[in-house]
Write a protein that binds this ligand. Sequence first.
Ligand code: NAP
Length: 380
Amino acid sequence: MHISEKKIRIIIIGGSGMIGGAIVHYFNKCCLANIEVLSPNSKMLSLKSVDDMRQYFQRWRPDYIINSAIAAIDSDPELAYTVNYLGCINLARVALSLQIPYIHISSAAVLPDGNDLDENSRLELDAKLTNYAKSKLMSEMTLEHLHEQEGLDYTAIRLAIVYGKHDYKIQGIHRLLYSIADQAMGFLFTGKDVRHSYTNAKKLPCFIHHTLQNREEFNGEVYHFVDPEPVRMAELILTIKDYLGVAKPIKLFVPLAAARMGLGGINLLLKILVRLGIEAKMPAELLFLDQFYQTQTLSSAKLQASSYHDPKPEETIISKLPEMIEYYIARWEHLNLISDFNRDDLNKKGQVFDFHKKPAELLQDIHSKRIYPFDDFENL
Ligand SMILES: NC(=O)c1ccc[n+]([C@@H]2O[C@H](COP(=O)([O-])OP(=O)(O)OC[C@H]3O[C@@H](n4cnc5c(N)ncnc54)[C@H](OP(=O)(O)O)[C@@H]3O)[C@@H](O)[C@H]2O)c1
């Protein structure tokens, strides 16, 4: 996909989502005028409908397909199977038929718990897995099969816990941030040394672009796209708390057994509410409570050894926190989801955070007048 006369068409499925949105934005803004990006929403092209797919791809014959679509994380078996698995594989079959590369966004949900897991690690396929994990695992396995048996040109990119802006559904780590800002988390629902890997949503599109430009290297491969250093969950929670200047959570680690008992209580309450005719369901994140207590870190060795170079290796979830917090607090205040945050206070905390962690950037921001932390004394 270097400069060429021919216009290149990329179709991105799931472009209204958090990850897909970042990919669409990157390819629309980036680089070369000869790239055309199409991103049909699920009304225009539903992965549930083979007819939709046939019609769409007959009309818009792409040079690349990127699949970032996913049904809701707590979907029932039918939706998870149809959208996440069948949809993914039908797209791969389109790619096979058009003889074009296919980029599949996968997830750390296909991995067991553990430290420094490499790309060869995978869970055993088992009926007891969540519908989400099962569908992602089966997708990876069938893609590999299609590569070996029919020559599918594909790359699967596994993401860990994703951080970044524009998570309008407030999921994953942004839900954690929300629950601290909303003061809904009283104690630390994690273990002292539990660590996880994180994926920077903004960096992913650049890596995808690189894989499209270097098919020989990336064809038939699985990659972990994660920051090199895992982060302790307790450190992340307490840094967010400090930054927000809130009283909770108190630094007391709730053991998993106690957290599970609490979850059991919520389950019972939900059942009673449903019997009373009140619609209620378990927040999706609580379905993954165990993960707050299990370390899962993904090795980035294969990524580091590849021809891709991280343009901003210094950027991590901790260094991006001030920017993310300011963005989400402003957004949630506008939506009346939270209140009582003093914006000046937050700005000041952001500066103190930068002073502590990245003083050179703070100084540059001040000198370039991006921020003006001084008072005016003109009236003296
Ligand atoms: N976010 C994370 O923390 C995380 C972590 C690891 C891996 N991942 C992976 O990243 C990918 C994207 O996740 P995300 O967080 O961006 O999801 P998301 O924000 O929930 O977005 C899901 C996208 O899928 C589309 N979609 C849903 N049902 C569809 C259907 N039947 N047909 C076509 N499109 C459909 C939605 O389109 P409409 O809005 O038009 O319905 C939306 O654009 C997934 O493969 C996920 O497994 C995400």
